[in-house]
Design a binder for this molecule. Structure first.
Ligand SMILES: [Zn+2]
Ligand SMILES: [Zn+2]
Ligand SMILES: [Zn+2]
Ligand SMILES: [Zn+2]
Length: 248
């Protein structure tokens, strides 16, 4: 143990397991070159959130994870599978990473917000599990602004048989890193549903298919065609709150 009383940034132990430099406790994912995740959380809504080792440099402390989870609700969501106009940077990034990840077929939505960025020390620490350059009062606080980077958060929502998988990525300039995965099991693929409805693109599905004789037989069994439309897509749920302060 080093004497780091009052100087938490001077600590050199592993951020995950607390072991001194050059070492890890046996159960530390930092000791396992094949570890893909270091922390799994059950969210109140039943979603399983997994924090990846690939992104551990940006998420290894509660403060870093809090900075990221604070940005998650700020995403602007776009529906995949249709032509939308995107911020240039996002379009270019998606074009590069989606085919590389092999997920195009299951990509239902993606989210991004130009102001959803986290500030990361560009410090050259070789051991990401011991970098505390973003801790309060660390000398790096006063480093040249070039030694801090702002990385933007984005999210890809994939269709899974039991629900949805949200891949949270950081655009780190030279590519994107999956930092967390949210697996929700609350929306299994409905049997007999059209591809549009399977992917959550309910507004694109009429529920019926015209035939040559002009009839419109039902071709999609997704309940959205009988339920109230406002419950079917996340996009349709976004509406401004209005208050009636004039009735007095
Ligand atoms: Zn460790
Ligand atoms: Zn550092
Ligand atoms: Zn539907
Ligand atoms: Zn449908």
């Amino acid at each position: 143990m080093t004497n780091v009383e009052g100087r938490p940034w001077a600590d050199t132990s592993c951020l995950l397991c607390g072991a001194p430099p050059g070492d890890h406790h046996a159960d530390c994912p930092g000791a396992d070159p094949d570890a893909v995740a270091y922390l799994t959380e059950e969210l109140p809504d039943g979603t399983t959130r997994t924090w990846t080792m690939a992104g551990v440099r940006y998420t290894a402390t509660p403060a870093r994870r809090a900075a990221i989870t604070a940005l998650m609700p700020t995403m602007d969501w776009y529906q995949a599978g249709r032509v939308v106009s995107l911020p240039f940077m996002l379009g270019a990034l998606l074009k590069e990473i989606v085919p590389k990840m092999g997920i195009a077929r299951w990509l239902a939505r993606f989210g991004f917000h130009p102001l959803a960025t986290i500030r990361v020390p560009d410090c050259g620490c070789t051991d990401a599990l011991r970098c505390r350059c973003d801790f309060d009062a660390h000398p790096h606080t006063n480093a040249h602004p070039d030694l801090w980077a702002d990385y933007s958060l984005l999210v890809l929502r994939l269709r899974r048989p039991e629900g949805w998988l949200d891949l949270w990525l950081l655009d780190i300039g030279v590519g994107a890193v999956v930092i967390a995965e949210d697996d929700s099991h609350n929306d299994p693929i409905p049997t007999g549903a059209s591809h549009d409805c399977v992917m959550g693109w309910c507004d694109q599905c009429t529920g019926t298919g015209p035939t040559r004789d002009g009839a419109n037989p039902p071709v999609c069994a997704h309940p959205c065609h009988t339920a109230s439309p406002s419950t079917t897509t996340a996009v349709a749920d976004v509406r401004p709150e209005t208050e009636h302060a004039d009735d007095h």
